[in-house]
Design a protein around this ligand. Structure first.
Ligand code: NAD
Length: 433
């Protein structure tokens, strides 16, 4: 099948190359010439494990191409919209300008029978509003939200937990085309939910609201643990054995960030308020607040370990990405804490296995170094803020002779306190004695 994917960022680039891998002929279209040039030469413009290999394979096979020329969408039957929907600068609501611009740009190239498929995360009611423009030219609109996790994006696209199709009642044509797009996914027995636009849009934000709530729940327990001497990691293990609760997403620490969870829960609250159902989501305001308080707490812990003064202290920051296996620093708690400490006068040396360049773009004033060892040189305290495998595996002896003071703050509860304390380090973490 001939497919176009409009918007080739973290979502679209992986979607386009995965569909090419699944046997389709795909054109990826983006307005960013630099990104398009990079993708077209099989260089992923961001870090995503497996993506460079997938790009190389499908570009060489001739089943995938990238362009900035929207007219190249003509002739495709299914057109995925994968452009960004960031938070508006002056409110909590989602900014739909990119989705609207992408639709305006694609409409002239649609032919009757084509299906435009929204993948971007949008406020409920968006598809209903936008469908008019698509239907006016004899094409159909469907909404097919995406649940991929950065770091596992290729696997999640080829083998997702489920597929959700939001379509107009009785629109069997769109369902049949989507089934053809995802034929090899469906052949794995992956469940598919066929529903209306509003439910499809809500499934995505509801899933993210649930995950954010689970993280903030355990971080709220961490706050209580901190004033009682309890250990939140043991608490999480113990409640996680209950299968109704489950241990996943119960890791207390610096909290969530990235290009999805924070803006999605805020956008969800804003949309619910517009619809007169704001009270139903008031709790998400608390979820957001708990999450942001963890960053403040990390700064306080740092001050405490430094004996009350951050100014002038040399602070090593290991980890800047919002999570491991990604270079994404959008709303990253780690980068935020590093920047706050620098603003308070600390001499911060920050590093990350993949996210230095993306961090530099957002926070050009921070001091970046290439390795954990370099960051830790003469440090008064070492902070682990993203749980990259290589930081979890650091042995205290690797840093013993490098640091000025043997003090480590574990912002992700990813280190072994016993190991560090036995090696003579001061070990402190969020939610643990
Ligand atoms: P992104 O910023 O990485 O990518 C968006 C891309 O769209 C950019 O490359 C931009 O240049 C391009 N673009 C903007 N306007 C365009 C236009 N008019 N025509 C063509 N291209 C245009 O964002 P992302 O992380 O890929 O997210 C995209 C959407 O997917 C968002 O709605 C997001 O919430 C959702 N989503 C993202 C993830 C994720 O893990 N990143 C997961 C699920 C859903």
């Amino acid at each position: 099948m001939k497919i176009s994917v409009i918007g080739c960022g973290y979502l679209g680039a992986v979607h386009a190359s995965s569909l090419a891998k699944l046997g389709h002929e795909v054109v990826g279209i983006d307005i960013d010439q630099v990104k398009v040039d990079s993708l077209a030469s099989a260089h992923a413009p961001f870090y995503e494990p497996g993506l460079p290999e997938l790009l190389a394979e499908t570009l060489a096979a001739g089943t995938l191409e990238f362009t900035t020329d929207m007219s190249r969408a003509q002739g495709a039957t299914v057109h995925f919209i994968a452009v960004g929907t960031p938070q508006q600068e002056d409110s909590n609501a989602a900014d739909l300008r990119f989705v609207e611009a992408a639709l305006d740009a694609i409409v002239p190239y649609l032919t009757p029978g084509d299906v435009v498929v929204g993948k971007s995360t949008v406020p409920v009611g968006t598809a209903e509003r936008l469908a008019v423009q698509i239907e006016a030219v004899g094409a159909q609109l469907a909404w097919n939200p995406e649940f991929l996790r950065e770091g596992y994006a290729v696997k999640d696209t080829i083998s997702p937990d489920r597929l959700v199709y939001g379509v107009r009642s009785g629109d069997e044509h769109s369902v049949a085309l989507l089934d053809e797009v995802y034929a090899s996914v469906l052949a794995q027995g992956i469940p598919r939910v066929i529903t209306d636009f509003a439910t499809a849009e809500l499934v995505k934000v509801a899933a993210n609201a649930f995950l954010a709530t689970k993280i903030s729940f355990i971080n709220a327990m961490a706050e209580v643990a901190e004033v009682t001497g309890a250990d939140v990691t043991q608490l999480a293990d113990a409640i996680g054995y209950d299968q109704r609760i489950g241990r996943r997403f119960l890791n207390a620490g610096l909290g969530f960030g990235g290009g999805c969870l924070p803006k999605d829960i805020r956008g969800f609250m804003a949309r619910a308020s517009e619809l007169g159902a704001g009270d139903a989501l008031n709790f998400l305001g608390e979820v957001d607040a708990i999450n942001l308080r963890r960053r403040e707490r990390m700064v306080d812990l740092c001050r405490e370990v430094l004996g009350g003064t951050i100014e002038g202290a040399r602070v090593a920051v290991l980890g800047l990405a919002f999570k491991p296996d990604s270079d994404d620093v959008r709303d990253s708690p780690a980068l935020d804490v590093a920047a706050r400490l620098a603003e308070l006068g600390a001499d911060v040396r920050a590093t990350d296995p993949q996210a230095i360049e993306t961090s530099r773009r957002l926070r050009p004033g921070l001091n970046y170094v290439d390795s954990a060892r370099e960051a830790a040189k003469d440090a008064d305290v070492v902070l682990v803020l993203t749980e990259w495998r290589e930081y979890r595996a650091i042995d205290p002896s690797e840093l013993d002779s490098v640091v000025s003071v043997r003090a480590i703050l574990d912002g992700r509860n990813c280190l072994d306190p016993v190991q560090w304390r036995e090696a003579g380090w001061t070990y402190r973490a969020l939610g643990r004695p």
